[in-house]
Design a binder for this molecule. Sequence first.
Ligand SMILES: Cc1cc2nc3c(=O)[nH]c(=O)nc-3n(C[C@H](O)[C@H](O)[C@H](O)COP(=O)(O)OP(=O)(O)OC[C@H]3O[C@@H](n4cnc5c(N)ncnc54)[C@H](O)[C@@H]3O)c2cc1C
Length: 404
Amino acid sequence: MDLSYGAEAEAFRADVQRFLADNIPDGFVYGALDSAEAHAWAEDWRKTMAANGMIGVTWPVEYGGRGLPKIAQVVLAEECAKSGVPWARNIDATTLKMMGNTFLRWGTEAQKRRFLPGIIAGTEDWVQGYSEPDAGSDLAALGLRAHREGDEWVLNGQKIWTSRGELGHWIFTLARTNPDAAKHRGISFLLVPMDQPGIEVRPIVTSTGEAEFSEVFFDDARTAADNILGEVDGGWVVANSLLGLERGEEAATNPILFKGELDRIIELARTHGRTGDPVIRQRIAWCYSKVEIMRILGYRILTQWLADGELGPASSIAKLYWSEYHQVATDLALEIMGIGGLVREGRKPSRQMRADEVGAPNSNNAWIDIFLLNARSGTVYAGTSEIQRNILGERVLGLPREPR
Ligand SMILES: Cc1cc2nc3c(=O)[nH]c(=O)nc-3n(C[C@H](O)[C@H](O)[C@H](O)COP(=O)(O)OP(=O)(O)OC[C@H]3O[C@@H](n4cnc5c(N)ncnc54)[C@H](O)[C@@H]3O)c2cc1C
């Protein structure tokens, strides 16, 4: 078994390490920034990354990338995770990873030339308009309608849970363009500018007190007729391929980030005088083993991703594994802190920061608001645990399909 990434990837790793050493000031700790500072820093960092050719490294040169093999993105994400800095801004999970790669796969030449430069530069951000109040796991039940008027699509209806909805310049959305077609047909993948009178974004405040996502209302919202990916009424296949892009290099970075979080849990046990408690010790050892298994599972997922070009249904194993692990690990942190851990005190990290980011603070506020509560959502977004189990049962294990 050869787990090395190869000479070309290692040469690129040296490049990335040099770039990080040259651009991250000595002693800088991203996790030490407060919310506003971290947001501003991540915006600047994104520009520095773009100026140094570190955004879209695997994209073709003609669209602003460097044409490197896919493993380069893994190396870049790994090195950023090790240095405790984000590989891009939070919104880039949607803008770059999902929408950028979807343009590469499905976009016309004109669309790639129009949209990819703004994505690389970070000047045009994208948000995801899939879920609706009555269409989540059963996404094809969606009711947002779109019809043609002259050379425009006109949209009416509602989306919900749109992450960072207020920051998007564009929303990619699924709309029913043929109400007479079968459920999974008659849906089109439309690209809609957010800054127009027909769109209203209403932020939803969560239990952490922050508005992480929004409702988006379409009231005669308009977009040009050619702002569509794939065929008219044929958006379902585009929508699914985009969902497959949400994972990928995280198979390599998750073990690094979760190991960082576990180190903080061990630190918590020290500061709360719990390291002698045999039950706590046992639970920490359990977490350690799980993170190691995650690392090895990650190699398997990565191997498939690099070989096949996309992640098949087996990627549900990784999603299920990390999201359920994270809830147990954050429960352990609260157990260590005891009842006092429920008192909100200390610095609250930025929402820019991933819950498990290296260098994040170890305050009560951080654990309760960001890590503990946030970890609950991991088994819901990007497909709930029940849906992942359905996918594994039906499409990996070949069990009988559930009645539909
Ligand atoms: C933090 C966060 C960010 C999000 N960001 C976005 C975003 O940017 N854009 C977007 O479009 N959406 C987003 N979502 C929405 C997310 O995709 C949905 O919440 C998710 O698909 C589940 O849909 P639902 O909430 O309607 O729950 P439902 O589908 O109503 O499910 C309710 C419960 O029933 C279970 N269930 C449903 N169907 C089955 C079944 N067939 N078998 C067994 N159990 C089943 C589910 O597992 C769940 O426990 C986000 C959600 C979260 C939490």
